[in-house]
Design a protein around this ligand. Structure first.
Ligand SMILES: C[S@@+](CC[C@H](N)C(=O)[O-])C[C@H]1O[C@@H](n2cnc3c(N)ncnc32)[C@H](O)[C@@H]1O
Length: 331
């Protein structure tokens, strides 16, 4: 079985079919999902889980790889796909997930379209449609061999992932954080910092995706702290720094992860209400070419919460001079 790092050389050469379903993942991320399915995952060590399947692009890439993997027994193993499978307020799903690229009149669910595109693999893809807090089982204890996290866009959803899925990881499990280049989701970054002693990073992130393998059993106390977000602000910043030390640019060279994670620190402070300190971290990053080009809205969000500057008070001497000037008719 190859290590995750051994899959990297194929990232630049492997070719996927052109008619893949619409996806928000990059071509490199899809190739990695395919390579994992084909060469690394078997489903024999535990469940294969995708959180945030959307219109099925990422699911398709992993499933295609699995279908070509002689070690994968599609009659018994399952790839679990979790998503709302509908558009609407707060879902983070886009109408582009519909087969026609937009929702037909009066329709919000794209589940049928997902089933249609995943048709060749539906015998081993198990669909969990709805809010993950409703569709996941708090009592499920089966180990997870593969966890693709493309769902943790809010702290509320991250709590569900951390409470119900991370405890099922074991040595050998593979985890992908698809939103690792998202500074607004700092829970991904500091929780990874907390897990560092128990994981091995695959290599540089693949575009936005950080991949790692669990190498040691994760202590219950660490899992509890992650699920309960039981870290002080300084600890969160230190945990992000620990991850920063391990990362530089992504595999393609396009994403400067040290800067991205620095901006994630600003969001830790922003969410804590420490807006001055958040901007103190964010402001110097406005000159980072990548962040300036891709995250202008993030900078605005942090800057807009700065308290208004206090009115300038004139000193006593200037006030007296002003009075004198008025008296002698100079003003
Ligand atoms: C970025 S999209 C996934 C993209 C997909 N992996 C692809 O290849 O294009 C994030 C998905 O998370 C789902 N999602 C967000 N919050 C959720 C929740 N609480 N329960 C279920 N699904 C959720 C959305 O419906 C959305 O489809």
């Amino acid at each position: 079985m190859p290590s995750l790092g051994q899959l990297y050389p194929q990232l630049d050469t492997v070719e996927l079919p052109e008619d893949l379903p619409y996806t928000q993942c990059s071509a490199f991320e899809l190739r990695f999902l395919y390579l994992l399915g084909k060469h690394r995952l078997t489903g024999a060590q535990g469940d294969l889980v995708e959180l945030g399947s959307g219109g099925g692009g990422s699911t398709y890439a992993a499933a295609l790889g699995l279908s070509e993997n002689p070690e994968f027994d599609r009659s018994s193993a399952k790839l679990h796909a979790y998503d709302f499978f509908r558009v609407g307020k707060g879902t983070f799903a886009t109408e582009k997930f519909f087969a026609g690229g937009k929702a037909p009149e009066g329709q919000s669910s794209f589940l049928e379209d997902f089933q249609e595109v995943l048709g060749p693999f539906l015998d081993f893809v198990e669909i969990h449609a709805g809010d993950i807090w409703e569709t996941s089982d708090p009592d499920e204890k089966r180990p997870i061999e593969f966890l693709h996290v493309d769902i943790a866009k809010t702290a509320r959803v991250w709590t569900c992932v951390a409470e119900r899925f991370l405890p099922r990881l074991a040595p050998g499990s593979v985890v992908l954080h698809q939103d690792f280049a998202g500074p607004r989701l700092p829970w991904l970054h500091y929780s990874t910092g907390a897990l560092l002693p128990y994981i091995e990073l695959a290599g540089p992130p693949i575009r936005s995706t950080l991949a790692f393998e669990v190498t040691e059993e994760i202590p219950a106390e660490v899992l509890r702290a992650v699920a309960e977000d039981d870290f002080g602000v300084e600890r969160k910043l230190a945990l992000i720094s620990a991850v920063q030390e391990r990362l530089d640019r992504d595999h393609t060279g396009g994403i400067p992860f040290r800067s991205v994670l620095e901006l994630a620190k600003a969001f830790v402070l922003h969410y804590e209400g420490d807006h001055r300190r958040a901007w103190k971290i964010a402001e110097p990053l406005t000159s980072d070419e990548y962040l300036a080009r891709t995250r202008a809205d993030h900078f605005r969000q942090v800057k807009d919460r700065l308290p208004a500057p206090a009115p300038v008070r004139r000193s006593g001497v200037r006030r007296r001079l002003g009075r004198l000037a008025r008296k002698v008719g100079l003003r």
